[in-house]
Every structure is written in structure tokens, then in C-alpha cells.
Design a protein around this ligand. Structure first.
Ligand SMILES: *Cc1c(COP(=O)(O)O)cnc(C)c1O
Length: 409
């Protein structure tokens, strides 16, 4: 039989391509394809948040030793338990317990393949027909991708540049209804480089409580704060509202390739337990994969042996990058920075399109920059992300298209 005439029973998944091209990786692939190979410029990859390529961002030897010790012991070549091994969960519960008004136990900690798998877990288990979720704008496109994949309706609230990228809590109240399950916050902020203060986090918790929704706190950049606002974990407000914290060693230890993260339930009043969310998390992890067992085994040693001066050196390097980047941007008339970055590895930059010749929007800007200058920065629907190398150091910058408010409704 001719293969052309044969009718096969399979096909690619509908909607997956649309969901995956809007992620950071999806855009990087698109823009790399737009590089002009003839212009002999070195490609400047300013599109993703992975500084591990640079010597000044090498992880601590304490972490490397912990991995080597775990591997060489030959005790961790086995499968892990699906929620993660107990010593790692216990060590993380201690690490995350600091300054909390209630106690996290190892049972509140689930080990994930980076924060990325944490996002997959929470969006998947909260999805049900008719439900919706509140996401930040600007935000982290992986949330949109997983919502699209799971057919979970997304409603976007704005981060307000004039208020240092705080959550528009009035919008949150307007957007939420009886089918809203959760709101996502990212703190320290990717892509805005902001850090929410204690009082603002408290208001977020109170608003979520009033609305009867849980808070998903993406703290991939936990403790990466170098401005005047100290980092406060959302879970401090676990007595007000149930919180799911997502975190990982990717950014703080600069080892995104090690693929180790956690999902932590702050549920001192047993609300998540009663609603079945806890069972769903465990159930989801039962049918998916786990972080490598020897990485899990190294975690107690990594947490215990990493010296404070490793963290402070990374923080001061990032502060220096942020300052250089911010000052340069301020010198360019067509670009403005609503707020000097205080955390994460990104800053948000607005394009003044009226001063830019032959540029239609942020996406156009990114495509032309890739083509003409071999500089890769990331477009979103309404913003663009750029990362900078300065003195061999990389910093990410996000360019926001000024027409955001008009696009909103
Ligand atoms: C990097 C990042 C992640 C993913 O982190 P991994 O631990 O590397 O999977 C999730 N959320 C935000 C906001 C990030 O910047």
C-alpha cells in the first residue's frame, strides 16, 4: 500500500506548539533563527537567566564536594521515594523554617526537578473545568504554557511600575470570582527585578484570604535581594492563607543544570489537607519523575556547608551588574527603567517607540536586534527580555513595551 494513502491513527498534540513557543526557551529558539550568519558578529545571548557560564558565578566548592561525596558513597544509585528522600526533606524544612511563626515539617516538603517541575505540579493539580488562576503581568511565561496545556483559564493582574512593580491588588479583587483557585506571585521578581516588602506581602495574603484562594509563591530567586527592601518569604503569612512555595538551588547556588527544587506547603490550619490539594500533590509526584537521588543525598551537606561569604559575593556581583546596567540604560534616550532592580537577575526596561525608527513593537525590536546586531533579547506579548554582559558578567534586562495599559482590557 502507498504510505500517502494510508490513514494513521495518531497525530501531534493540539495546542502544544502554541503553549511551548511562548516560553523563554521557545523565544530563544525563534530569535537564534533570526541571527544573520553573514555579519560575523559574536552572538550576545542576552535572553536567559543562566549566569553559570561565567567564572564569577561559579558555585561554591562546598556544593561540588557534597555531590562528589554523595556519588562516591555508592549509596544513592537507587530510586528515590516519590516525594523525595527524608534527609533532604528534613534539611530543607530546617532551611525554610527560619523566621516562620509556625513550624514546617519534612512532610510539608516535596522534592522536584527544579522549580520548573513545581510549576507543572501546581498548575496541573489545580486545573479543573471552569476554574481560573491569576497570573502576574509581566510574568514568567512557563505559567501561561502550563495553564494553556491544562486548559486552566488565566487572568492577568498587572504589576505596577509606578509603585515599584507591586501587585495591583484592586485588579486582583476585580478579576477573581468563585471559580478562582489561586494567584501566582514571583518574588524576588522575574522579570521586573523588584522585591516585595513585608507590608505588601501581608496585603497579598489578606487579599487572597478574603477571596478564598491560595497563593503560589515562586521564590526561584529566594534571598537574591541587593537593594533596600529585604527579602521576606511569602510563607511567613501561612497563618493567614495557605501557600505553596516553589524554590530551587538553580539560582541561589547558580547550578540550574543540577535540576533540584522543592514544593512546600504552608498549611498550618490544614486547609490544603481538607481540600485534597495535599493528596493531589503526592498523587502527581507518584506518576512523574524525581530529582536524581545522589543530588537529593547531597542537599543536607550543601545547605549546611555553604558559607555566607559565597552568597554575599554573588549578591554583591549582582548588585554591581545591576548598577552598571541601570546606569547605561538611563543614558539611552529611547529606553527607561521604571525602577532600579533590587533583586533577581533582571531589570525591566520600557521602549519609547516614538523615538525608535522603523520599530513597530517590542517583538519587532527583538527580531531586528537579533538580525542586525546578533544580540538576543526576549519578546513577550507585551514585553521583551534582555540580559547584559558587563565585564564578562551577565545580567538580564527586560524591555517593556509602553503600550501595556491599552492592551489590558
Ligand atoms: C528560573 C526560574 C524558574 C525555574 O527554575 P528551575 O529551578 O531552574 O527549574 C521558575 N520560576 C522563575 C521565576 C524562574 O526565574
Amino acid at each position: 500500500m502507498e504510505s500517502g494513502a494510508k490513514k494513521w491513527g495518531f497525530q501531534g498534540k493540539q495546542g502544544l506548539e502554541a503553549a511551548s513557543t511562548t516560553t523563554v526557551r521557545g523565544y530563544i529558539n525563534l530569535l537564534m533563527g533570526n541571527i544573520n550568519q553573514d555579519n560575523c558578529l559574536t552572538v550576545v545571548p542576552l535572553g536567559h537567566g543562566d549566569p553559570s557560564h561565567f567564572p564569577s558565578f561559579r558555585t561554591t566548592p562546598a556544593a561540588e564536594d557534597a555531590i562528589v561525596d554523595a556519588l562516591r558513597s555508592a549509596k544513592h544509585n537507587c530510586y528515590s521515594t516519590t516525594v523525595g528522600t527524608l534527609p533532604a526533606r528534613r534539611a530543607l524544612a530546617d532551611y525554610l523554617n527560619r523566621d516562620l511563626p509556625y513550624n514546617l515539617s519534612p512532610d510539608d516538603v516535596y522534592l522536584t526537578i527544579g522549580c520548573t517541575q513545581g510549576i507543572e505540579v501546581v498548575i496541573s493539580i489545580l486545573s479543573r473545568p471552569g476554574a481560573n488562576i491569576l497570573l502576574p503581568r509581566p510574568g514568567f511565561p512557563l505559567y501561561e504554557a502550563w495553564c494553556a496545556y491544562n486548559h486552566l483559564e488565566m487572568r492577568h493582574y498587572d504589576l505596577l511600575p509606578e509603585k515599584g512593580w507591586e501587585v495591583d491588588l484592586d485588579a486582583v479583587e476585580t478579576l477573581a470570582d468563585e471559580n478562582t483557585v489561586a494567584m501566582v506571585i514571583i518574588n524576588p521578581g522575574n522579570p521586573c527585578g523588584n522585591v516585595f516588602g513585608y507590608e505588601h506581602l501581608k496585603k497579598i495574603a489578606e487579599t487572597a484570604r478574603k477571596l478564598g484562594i491560595l497563593v503560589i509563591a515562586d521564590e526561584a530567586y529566594d534571598n537574591i535581594a541587593f537593594g533596600s527592601t529585604p527579602y521576606v518569604p511569602m510563607r511567613v503569612f501561612g497563618l493567614t492563607v495557605p501557600i505553596l512555595t516553589l524554590g530551587s538551588i538553580s539560582k541561589r547556588w547558580v547550578v540550574p543544570g543540577w535540576r533540584f527544587g522543592w514544593l512546600v506547603t504552608s498549611d498550618p490550619d490544614g486547609i490544603l489537607q481538607k481540600s485534597g490539594v495535599i493528596n493531589s500533590i503526592a498523587g502527581f509526584l507518584n506518576i512523574s519523575s524525581d530529582p536524581a537521588t545522589f543530588i537529593q543525598a547531597a542537599i543536607p551537606q550543601i545547605l549546611e556547608n555553604t558559607k555566607e561569604d559565597f552568597f554575599s559575593k554573588i549578591i554583591s556581583t549582582l548588585r554591581e551588574c545591576a548598577d552598571i546596567c541601570y546606569n547605561r540604560i538611563e543614558e539611552i534616550p529611547s529606553l527607561t527603567c521604571p525602577k532600579k532592580p533590587e533583586g533577581s537577575m533582571f531589570v525591566m526596561v520600557k521602549l519609547n517607540l516614538s523615538m525608535l525608527e522603523d520599530i513597530n513593537d517590542d517583538v519587532d525590536f527583538c527580531l531586528k536586534l537579533a538580525k542586525e546586531e546578533s544580540v538576543i533579547i526576549l519578546p513577550g506579548k507585551i514585553e521583551v527580555s534582555v540580559s547584559f554582559f558587563t565585564n564578562g558578567i551577565k545580567l538580564n534586562v527586560l524591555i517593556s513595551y509602553g503600550g501595556k495599559k491599552e492592551n489590558q482590557k
